[in-house]
Design a binder for this molecule. Sequence first.
Ligand SMILES: Cc1cc2nc3c(=O)[nH]c(=O)nc-3n(C[C@H](O)[C@H](O)[C@H](O)COP(=O)(O)OP(=O)(O)OC[C@H]3O[C@@H](n4cnc5c(N)ncnc54)[C@H](O)[C@@H]3O)c2cc1C
Length: 461
Amino acid sequence: MTDYTKYSFWLETCGDSLTPRPSLASSVDVDIAILGAGYTGLWTAYYLLRGNPGLKVAVVEKEIAGFGASGRNGGWCSSKFPVSPGMLQQRYGREPARELMLAMCGAVDEVGRVCEKEGIDAQFHKGGILTLARGRHHLPFLQSALAAYSSLGLESQYRLLSGEEASERIRVTNVCGGLFAAENASLHPGRLIRGLARAVEKLGGAIYEQTEVLGFRAGANAALLTPAGEVRAKIAIVLAGESYLTRLSSLHRALLPVYSLIALTEPLDQKLWDQIGWSDRESLASLNYTVDYLTRTADGRILFGSRGAPYRLGSKITDEQDRHDATHTRIQELTREWFPLLANTKFTHAWGGPVGMPRDWMPMTEFDPAARIATARGYTGQGVSTTNLTGRVLAELISGRRTSFSRLPLAQRRSPDWEREPLRWMAVRYMQNAFFRIDEAGKRGKPKPKDVFVAEFLGKH
Ligand SMILES: Cc1cc2nc3c(=O)[nH]c(=O)nc-3n(C[C@H](O)[C@H](O)[C@H](O)COP(=O)(O)OP(=O)(O)OC[C@H]3O[C@@H](n4cnc5c(N)ncnc54)[C@H](O)[C@@H]3O)c2cc1C
């Protein structure tokens, strides 16, 4: 019996027993067969069933609903998109970029609306995001981000803060400025994913857990192939396994699994919170390349997430990689560096998981009616709200009931594959190392190392 509570604080405290649902026992015939009971798979199932309650939908999950990133993330449900507004405009033009950003804002509210409608107590709280410049070298990034939002006509959602104004909200060390974005909620990811699974079942969807999909077949006899039999789909199979899809040989180079790790403190007492501030549970970020994301949980803990665990040759994904001592120690040190008041605060949990990075940083949703294959993937660690949007887009593409969502730049597109190994490993390790060195140089007020311009160019998004 796998103890699924060990994979994250969120699964531990989601309020479910996490007893697996029955596995698939033999072949079945359905309309839609979905691989993966994460947000992508379950949002797609949810909207398909809402649109057509008569559909037969089966979700096939290797472990349990929420085992993947959906049950482990930082709890940001945000209008931030993996590709920056400036780059979106450059790639797709002003109107498509603006439509996409507005759809992302809508997705944040839609997640809150569905929680309300389906009685999912996901501790959804809309407190915004505060991105902090910790050091003067970060200030130009805030200004250029605001300029990019302004050029899309979205400036009313953003506010540039001085160091003093940012510190009034939250006492973090070395803050010289901030950018506040209103369209963001903080939530309990475990409660959301487990509640969503129940909502899908209420609508008539079937979820088979502890059933691994070993492969799939396209075309008139489309099916997911499992050890217990086939899940044959009259309309479509949906591949919604995010970074785990890379374990299927035909999708091995579709994404790059990069580990994001989290350390969580014990609940802080009210005296500490009074000194720290942070009263609206804003999601908090730095501008470091190594990506720092922080959440104040509903029960008064600080969650600090960051990258840094090394990419493993061959896009390996293993339970052992969920913990990386050096990175978890660095995250604990960072937490105390940001909040010196926490010198004696204990850390109670450490976990992590893979995020799926597409070669061009751009999420994709695609349905090929001839192959009867649909997929949505590539969220680069920003999937809590984005999966809601892609789930709706996929449901539209599959059902044929299309709205303007189906014309968003993430619809009906595919990212290029990643390079073959060992080139992939060499490039990614160089970039991880360069990003770390850029951040360290900035922190010490030193110029960037000379060789990092290649990493900056390749990592531009
Ligand atoms: C540590 C961490 C922190 C993050 N923080 C944030 C955040 O704060 N905000 C944000 O927006 N995003 C965040 N993300 C990213 C976000 O969680 C993901 O983008 C999102 O959950 C992806 O959902 P998904 O359903 O596509 O994939 P997953 O949740 O990974 O689900 C895929 C599912 O498919 C199953 N599966 C895979 N292969 C098979 C197979 N062969 N057979 C059967 N089942 C299979 C897996 O077991 C898994 O349950 C974070 C991710 C991580 C790992």
